[in-house]
Design a protein around this ligand. Sequence first.
Ligand code: PMP
Length: 398
Amino acid sequence: MFEHVDHYPGDPILSLLEKFGHDTRPNKVNLSIGLYYDENGKIPVLKSVQAAAKIVQEKAEPHTYLPMEGLAAYREAVQHLLFGRDSAALRDNRVATIQSVGGSGALRVAADFIKTYLPDSAVWISDPSWDNHHALFTAARIQVHTYPYYDAVTNNINFGGMLETLNTLPAKSIVLMQPCCHNPTGLDLNHAQWKEVIGVLQQRNLIPFLDIAYQGFGDGIEEDAWVVRAMADAGLTMVVTNSFSKNFSLYGERCGGLSFVCPSAKEAALVLGQLKAGVRRIYSSPPLFGSKLVATVLHDADLRQQWDREVAAMRDRIKTMREKLRNSLTAHAPSVDGSYLVNQRGMFSYTGFTAAEVDSLREDSAIYLIRSGRLCIPGLNNQNVESVAQAMAETLKK
Ligand code: PMP
């Protein structure tokens, strides 16, 4: 019956994680999957989240279904976090927001909506982008193209190439961009560059699709939403997907959001209706527990402040590790320009290492990066950063 089913070779990142688990070398270092680890190599349980869990548990509310669009308090918190409390779009009721099953679920619901209501629009993603972007839109039968983003020669953004391509796109094309901490390169546009992009989007009537999965890991929670707000203030019709997997360390609770900023309140109501219908057809309603945790933290002034401090601590540790890795790498290999490590932001650095160099790091030194050369900074800590830098330097000398 199922002989004809295609073999699934597995997800390359998750397969690598499995391989890491089986590696018996005591000095092994996991710098592959996009998880935030603390200084002790543990995935943190945030204190603010723990306090919220206690509040939620003490209430002992029934485990009933959420509405299709999710918990109202959560959706409001998502809106304030992304667009700011004083957003004109929010005031005018022009934003349709649903709670989603992680950032991935938001992307998929958005993709289905786009396929139905903008059937002629293709999606343009950065080259490179998070691998699943391509897969998620393709699964919704949407054409996916890339615009230039990473310049391997300079290890920087090919902004000229990016703009040139955006300037050729047909009206209503969807342009997927990451507001901060770009996965996988760690390279973000600056404000002046974003303003240029906004100009092109307006001029050509393109639809920005902002996917923000690391809010708070770049410059700050408010700062990292700058372009979301700038685009909404510029009056662009846009899509925003967000994830709390990293900044709340709530990976498995599947907490995300999907927002459409619409030209009018009337259109936002129509869009919200179809997003609900889309959810009903896929999973009917989103998960309850994680949404209560996030809503509790974000609506309680003290817990919100505590969360801000915890996000700042994660962000600062990432920055410290970037500096330590850069300093040790350049101490071991003075001819290597390690400045990219501190210029890139968020969880990831694109090292420029070839697949062969990545293989050699893994085989010879038990250091696991993904084969594109992407290195997950929070896998570093004070115990391993020196040996990682040394191994990187040796690999580059080979
Ligand atoms: N977008 C980007 C850019 C991501 O890096 C990720 C997570 N790796 C997601 C979306 C998906 O988030 P989630 O894990 O919450 O589904």
